[in-house]
Design a protein around this ligand. Structure first.
Ligand code: DON
Length: 304
């Protein structure tokens, strides 16, 4: 029998279909070619059951939604204390790609903005593979399938990476980058090009909702303390300079990406993912936010 929750998710997709505000990300040429009308939503409970509606098989690049998972892997590899020494945890109040670092230390303010994500990528241990390949393996264990790269997106962003290269060289100049700038940016850009569906993202988010344990395989992918850290930073910095609005309205730790996805995590309960490519002025999916607003209100997801 078809679950009533699927009918409900169909309704969420249909009821937000009129939202056509926002624009496609155009600083990565491949993203500017996305079909703006696409939309999808998925939930995964901490019991590991996935419910999805809309264009559930459509793959898109994970972009900044990779940042909490790269932070998680860096914590697993180095321990929390070392990672916190290298990358701050305060909201920046600036755009995600701002060329700014803490003026006193030269350190990135948090791991959700590009500066912090580049420094975080450099903390992933190669262990015989490239850091980005270990990262893809980590995502694959969360999503229960092999997650691959969208090479076209990676190439397209690599060709237009001056800003991220600028950030990496600034970090390097102040002694706050653990590896060579150009190589690190290449790895980071490839990390952002991991190709996922909303169902993959919901499974990944549910691993965080489940305290770091993948709900179906039972594999611990992140310590409980590491998981608390990742979710705390998502809550304060995940939606960039819209974080306050998000926390008051939707009320759960979340992370957006310029491809148009947003993941949300209700600890102990559910991981949520939405996708629709048009972005608002903060770089967050406009229809995605409307879908999350609706889910939060109807399913009483707000933490407070
Ligand atoms: O580094 C960048 O600019 C992109 N690869 C990711 C940015 C992003 O997704 C920002 N999120 N809304």
């Amino acid at each position: 029998m078809r679950s009533p929750i699927l009918d409900y998710l169909d309704e969420v997709v249909a009821d937000t279909a009129h939202i056509d505000s926002g624009v496609l990300a155009d600083y990565i040429p491949e993203l500017a070619a996305a079909d703006p009308g696409r939309a999808a939503v998925a939930l995964c409970t901490v019991g590991g059951t996935v419910y999805a509606s809309g264009e559930t098989h459509h793959e898109f690049s994970i972009q900044s939604m990779s940042k909490p998972f790269a932070y998680a892997l860096a914590i697993e590899d180095n321990g929390l204390d070392h990672v916190v020494e290298c990358v701050g945890v305060e909201p920046s109040g600036e755009a995600f790609n701002e060329l700014s670092l803490d003026p006193d230390t030269g350190k990135p303010r948090n791991p959700m903005i590009n500066a912090g994500a580049i420094a975080t990528h450099a903390l992933i241990r190669p262990d015989g593979a490239l850091p980005v390949d270990r990262f893809l393996g980590y995502l694959s264990r969360m999503a229960e399938r092999d997650i691959a790269l969208d090479e076209a997106v990676a190439e397209s962003e690599l060709a237009t990476s001056s800003r991220n290269l600028g950030l990496a060289y600034l970090l390097h100049a102040s002694g706050n980058l653990a590896s060579e700038p150009r190589q690190t940016v290449e790895g980071y850009v490839r990390q952002c090009a991991a190709s996922v569906t909303v169902s993959d993202l919901a499974l990944m988010a549910s691993t965080l909702a489940n305290g770091g344990i993948q709900p179906n395989t039972g594999e611990r992918l992140l310590s409980r303390k590491g998981c608390r850290q990742v979710l705390s930073v998502m809550a304060s910095c995940g939606m960039y300079d819209a974080a306050g609005n998000w926390l008051t309205n939707v009320g759960i730790p979340a992370k957006s990406g310029v491809s148009g996805g947003i993941i949300g995590v209700l600890p102990g309960q559910v991981g949520v993912a939405v996708f629709s490519p048009r972005l608002d002025e903060h770089g967050n999916s406009a229809r995605g936010i409307a879908m999350m607003d609706r889910l939060s209100a109807d399913l009483e997801l707000h933490l407070m």
